[in-house]
Design a protein around this ligand. Structure first.
Ligand SMILES: [Zn+2]
Length: 163
């Protein structure tokens, strides 16, 4: 069954610009606060992957919006993701892990094809577009806006400076 290749994909690649690699909530929050937050995210998702519905090990994915005009990255929320969906989101890292023999890269690609019901060509097209966007966004410095998730001032001691 061929899907309309212009239809929005359920599972997309979300590459974090290189200039933002250490600007994330997980690195800002004290570990217990992060653990509390991610457990809430898993519970709200019914302990299933928010994209493909798989049970098992979940990861708390930070959903960021990148404003290419103002160069502000804003934290929009969180999504519980299974391991394979999470590897698709960060497929650059998945490629690195695969090159170190730590991950079956084809399993990640196959998961993308299965969840989206799309062709290998559609995957390649999406992959190229995601990396082109990543290269452009990695050229600029981003300001981080944690939005509704900005921790109280007392926890800012744990904040890491920009890389
Ligand atoms: Zn999933």
């Amino acid at each position: 069954m061929a899907q309309d290749e212009r239809a929005p994909l359920r599972l997309t690649i979300e590459l974090v610009p290189e200039t933002c690699w250490y600007s994330n909530l997980r690195d800002v929050l004290p570990r217990p606060a992060w653990d509390t937050l991610r457990r809430q995210v898993y519970a709200a998702s019914g302990y299933r992957c928010g994209i493909c519905g798989a049970k098992g090990t979940l990861h708390c994915h930070e959903v960021w919006h990148y404003d290419d005009q103002t160069h502000i990255q804003r934290l929009e929320g969180f999504r519980a993701l299974c391991t394979l969906c999470h590897h698709v989101k960060h497929i650059g890292l998945a490629g690195l892990l695969a090159s170190q023999g730590k991950l079956d890269y084809q399993a990640v690609v196959q998961h993308f094809l299965a969840v989206n019901g799309c062709s290998q060509a559609a995957f390649q097209q999406h992959y190229r577009a995601a990396f082109a966007e990543w290269r452009e966004r990695s050229r600029v410095e981003w300001q981080t806006d944690l939005g509704d998730f900005t921790p109280p001032a007392s926890t800012n001691d744990a904040r890491q400076g920009p890389a």
